[in-house]
Design a protein around this ligand. Structure first.
Ligand SMILES: [Mg+2]
Length: 208
């Protein structure tokens, strides 16, 4: 049973807990970066002095988007139930820590996440590295078979696979182009909650 004893939930933020508003192709164009490569990886290949102003511009674009964040369908209720079930909740985002805090505040989801469990791209190596998941599981004393990585992008699923945790793929269009990396495919947090609540023993401890 995939949901049994899943007590550690690591969430991507943008487009997973929130409505997807980031048009990454448009952002890459605005930054003058190649549109066929991920933003952070393009920046990593540049000299620091060349990358710095672009990183600033990127953070400004993301800060503006954070100010308009809206929770995805079911996010609030799902987090409420996970918290009530004693689950650990963390954020692992390729956005900055500052923008993550702003996004969560704006869409009303900040109360679910302790500051220590919100990891931005400057806190740990960004996804697809599993480093952030390893960090959270270590801090929570949980094992990969107790954990879930949930996200809408290939990086989320790759990070989850590399960490050996259950991967949940959110795609509001239900197209799932990266389904090979996903254990579970859903359209929204509401749908995950539905599956999780239906599973026997998902909410109980092993000894219960
Ligand atoms: Mg995302």
């Amino acid at each position: 049973m995939v949901w049994t004893n899943r007590k550690a939930w690591v969430f991507d933020m943008d487009g997973t807990l929130t409505h997807a508003v980031h048009d990454f192709t448009a952002i890459k164009r605005a930054l003058g970066l190649p549109t066929d490569k991920p933003i952070l990886e393009s920046l990593q290949k540049m000299a620091p002095e060349e990358a710095a102003p672009i990183e600033k511009h990127l953070a400004d674009i993301e800060y503006d988007l954070a100010g308009r964040a809206e929770a995805a369908p079911g996010s609030f209720d799902f987090l409420t139930r996970l918290q009530a079930a004693g689950c650990r909740l963390g954020i692992l985002t390729r956005n900055t820590r500052r923008n993550a805090l702003r996004t969560l505040e704006v869409c009303g989801l900040k109360p679910f996440f302790d500051d220590d469990w919100i990891l931005g791209r400057e806190d740990r190596r960004p996804k697809p590295s599993p480093e952030g998941i390893h960090h959270l599981l270590g801090a929570w004393s949980h094992t990969p078979d107790q954990a879930v990585m949930i996200g809408d992008a290939i990086f989320d699923l790759q990070a989850g696979r590399a960490a050996g945790v259950l991967t949940v793929y959110v795609d509001p269009d239900a197209a799932y182009p990266h389904r090979a990396l996903a254990d579970v495919c859903v359209r929204s947090p509401r749908e995950v909650e539905h599956l999780w609540r239906q599973a026997p023993a998902a909410h109980s401890t092993p000894s219960a």
